[in-house]
Design a protein around this ligand. Structure first.
Ligand SMILES: Nc1ncnc2c1ncn2[C@@H]1O[C@H](COP(=O)(O)OP(=O)(O)OP(=O)(O)O)[C@@H](O)[C@H]1O
Ligand SMILES: [Mg+2]
Length: 278
C-alpha cells in the first residue's frame, strides 16, 4: 500500500493564512481529487479544528476521545500512556469530520498544547513523538497536512520531523519577505541539528489584494531574488476574500460555504497544482 506524503504548513509570521490554506487544501484534495486526507492540528489556538467542527462537537470529542494534547501527553490530566497503543492513538482521529466530504479526517488540537514546550523540555526525543505515531497511519492516507503554530518550537519541530515537505503560505509584503529569509535560515539550522529530511514544496501567496501595487511588486520580485531562486512559487495565489474568513463560522470549508467565491476557486486551483507537484 502506498504511503502518505506528509506536508507541514509553515511560517513564523502569524495570521498569514497557514490554517486557512491547510483546511481548504485538505478539503479540496479530498473532495475533488479523491485523496484520503488527514489534517493534524498542532496549534493550541485550535483554529483548524474549529474551522471543521462546531465548538460543541469539538469539546465532546476532546473529552471522549482525546486530542493532540493527549497524544503528546501534556496538560497534566493523568492520561499518560493511554495513546501509546496505536489503536488508542487512532481513537483521537475524527473520521469524515465534514460529512459532505468523505475521506477528510482530523486530529483536533487543544488549548493544553500551550504547555507542550514546558512539559516536554526534559523528554528525550521530544521532537520525534508525532512522527513515530503517524508512522502507524501512513498507509491509511494519501496526504497528511500538519497545521503548525507561528513558531519553530516543539510542536512545529514534531511536524518537521514527521514531514516529507513544508509549504509556506505568505502574504506578499515587505516584512513577510524578510520573514521568508529568516524562516529558511532557521530551517536549514534545524535540518542539520535534528537531521530532518524535509524539502520545500513551495511558497503560496495568500491574502493577495489585486489592486495593491506592492503586493504585485513583491510577487514579481521574490522569485527573482538570489536567496529564493531555487524555491518553487505556486502560480495560484489566494486572494483576500471575505467568504474565506466567514466560512469557519459555519464549521465548513469554503468549498461548502460558498463554492463560487473567488477564494473557493483559488483553493480549488491550488489543490490541482499541488496534486501535480506531489
Ligand atoms: N485569503 C483570505 N481572505 C480573507 N481572510 C483570510 C484569508 N486567509 C486568512 N484569512 C483570515 O485571516 C485570519 C488569519 O488567518 P489564519 O488563521 O489562516 O492564519 P494563520 O497563519 O494560521 O495564523 P496563526 O499564525 O495565528 O496560526 C483568520 O481570521 C482568517 O479567517
Ligand atoms: Mg493558524
Amino acid at each position: 500500500m502506498s504511503k502518505a506524503v506528509v506536508t507541514s504548513l509553515l511560517n513564523m509570521k502569524g495570521g498569514v493564512g497557514k490554517t486557512t490554506v491547510a483546511v481548504n487544501l485538505a478539503a479540496y484534495l479530498a473532495r475533488d481529487h479523491g485523496k484520503r486526507v488527514l489534517l493534524v492540528d498542532l496549534d493550541p489556538q485550535t483554529n483548524a479544528s474549529l474551522s471543521l467542527m462546531p465548538e460543541k462537537a469539538w469539546s465532546a470529542w476532546a473529552a471522549e476521545h482525546g486530542t493532540m494534547a493527549d497524544i503528546f501527553e501534556v496538560g497534566g490530566e493523568g492520561k499518560r500512556g493511554k495513546h501509546d497503543d496505536p489503536h488508542k492513538f487512532k481513537d483521537c482521529i475524527v473520521h469524515n469530520v465534514v460529512p459532505e466530504i468523505p475521506g477528510l479526517d482530523l486530529i483536533p488540537s487543544h488549548l493544553k498544547l500551550t504547555f507542550l514546550d514546558l512539559d516536554l523540555a526534559a523528554r528525550p526525543g521530544r521532537e520525534r513523538i508525532l512522527g513515530r505515531k503517524l508512522d502507524k497511519v501512513l498507509g491509511d492516507y494519501d496526504v497528511i497536512l500538519c497545521d503548525c503554530p507561528p513558531n519553530l518550537q516543539t510542536a512545529t519541530q514534531n511536524a518537521l520531523y514527521a514531514s516529507d515537505y513544508f509549504l509556506v503560505p505568505m502574504q506578499p509584503d515587505y516584512l513577510s519577505s524578510v520573514g521568508l529569509g529568516l524562516l529558511l535560515d532557521r530551517l536549514d539550522y534545524l535540518k542539520s541539528e535534528l537531521e530532518f529530511k524535509i524539502k520545500c514544496l513551495g511558497v503560496v501567496f495568500t491574502r493577495v489584494r489585486r489592486h495593491v501595487a506592492f503586493h504585485q511588486e513583491t510577487m514579481e520580485r521574490l522569485p527573482e531574488e538570489k536567496a529564493f531562486k531555487k524555491l518553487h512559487f505556486f502560480t495560484t495565489v489566494i486572494p483576500e476574500n471575505i467568504a474565506i474568513s466567514e466560512a469557519p463560522m459555519s464549521a465548513k470549508p469554503i468549498a461548502l460555504y460558498d463554492g463560487s467565491a473567488s477564494g473557493a476557486e483559488a483553493f480549488r486551483d491550488l489543490a490541482t497544482e499541488i496534486v501535480g507537484r506531489l
